[in-house]
Design a protein around this ligand. Structure first.
Ligand SMILES: C[S@@+](CC[C@H](N)C(=O)[O-])C[C@H]1O[C@@H](n2cnc3c(N)ncnc32)[C@H](O)[C@@H]1O
Length: 332
């Protein structure tokens, strides 16, 4: 198999402290992913690691590469979110933890935090204990009125950190967006609402030391580039109805989530991999065609049926890059 990494590039970048940190983070990321994959039913290879690795690309930062041949239609790996949150319009219709359409409600406070199973109750217990201490209506109302969805992910992450189930640097390894001074000052209001909600909920100062404006904007800058909008597919007729009613409320997605490994997939307007959500927020990465060892795996961030200039505009506006995929280079 040809090397997928330029070793010259590794040698020079490894000299800096930053890149050492990056490399350690990368190792952490791969172990995180391996653990996740081994715990997931229906994993692609029960005997070995998934057929991918994260390495540097020529012109799009880090990317995901095949370590062996992958067949069309193969499930490459699955991924659980680092953080997820339902759309505000569907708060009472999907599980507050895994975003599954609610079959039955098991939790005692079903109206504000409906959960779909004992497993979701267990996994959300720690951050919900923190979250339930605060009154979130001003924060949620502000997000609703401004059409903001990503601050909800920051709120959940903050509650996870305070409860001890996540660390304040858990998203640091992800690429961040450039934020203009205007964008940063627009975040002031939501940041203050978040801090006040937690302070008024009696959270001790020492548990909130991480919650600075810099932390808040840094997390949002990463979420902007790396969050996935979750649209469930392949479910029942009721799923389709749920999505239909959601779009009437101008919220087609059941929620948003950030993952570790899927965040390293670069974009291509003619992708060889797609990401799907069947039933809940757990992501499944599947090969769209045969992929050779050493080939980069890419997903499509946007609607690939748009024309060249619309795609370029959306990618530049939303993700801050000019797409260099073969399709764009050919002017298609
Ligand atoms: C979700 S991240 C993908 C992983 C990223 N390359 C990294 O190093 O973490 C998205 C970013 O990757 C880069 N990128 C992804 N697809 C690209 C493409 N087709 N052309 C140029 N840059 C791309 C852009 O900088 C974009 O903002």
């Amino acid at each position: 198999m040809p090397p997928v990494v330029s070793y010259g590039c590794w040698a020079s970048t490894l000299k800096t402290k930053n890149s050492l940190h990056r490399r350690h983070s990368m190792i952490r990321l791969i172990s995180h992913f391996a653990a996740d994959n081994n715990n997931t039913p229906g994993r692609p290879s029960p005997t070995g690691p998934p057929p991918i690795q994260v390495s540097f690309t020529e012109s799009a930062g880090r990317g995901v590469f095949a370590t062996r041949r992958i067949g069309a239609g193969d499930l490459i790996h699955t991924a659980k979110p680092l953080v997820a949150h339902p759309s505000l319009a569907l708060l009472h219709k999907v599980c507050y933890f895994c975003l599954r359409k609610l079959p039955t409600v098991h939790s005692s406070d079903a109206l504000t935090h409906p959960l779909c199973s004992d497993q979701c109750i267990e996994q959300s217990k720690a951050f919900l204990e923190v979250e339930k201490r605060a009154d979130w209506s001003p924060y949620n109302d502000y997000c609703r009125s401004q059409g903001l969805k990503y601050p909800l992910l920051v709120k959940r992450l903050a509650c996870m950190i305070i409860s001890g189930v996540a660390s304040s640097d858990s998203l640091d390894v992800l690429q961040h967006a450039y934020l203009s001074p205007e964008m940063i000052s627009e975040m002031e209001k939501e940041f203050c609402l978040l801090r006040h909600a937690l302070l008024n909920g009696g959270i001790q100062d020492e548990l909130m030391e991480f919650l600075t404006k810099e932390w808040y904007t840094g997390v949002l800058a990463r979420i902007r580039i790396n969050a996935f909008r979750i649209e469930l597919v392949g479910g029942s007729y009721e799923d389709l109805l749920l999505l239909a009613s959601a779009s009437v409320e101008a919220e087609a997605a059941v929620g948003n989530a950030v993952y570790m490994l899927p965040s390293f997939y670069n974009h291509d307007c003619d992708p060889n991999v797609h990401i799907v959500w069947i039933g809940n927020v757990d992501a499944r990465l599947k090969a769209l065609r045969d992929i050779e060892a050493g080939e980069e795996l890419r997903i499509c961030y946007i609607d690939a049926s748009m024309d060249h200039s619309a795609r370029q505009e959306l990618l530049f506006g939303g993700f801050g890059f000019r797409c260099n995929c073969l399709r764009c280079m050919s002017g298609d």
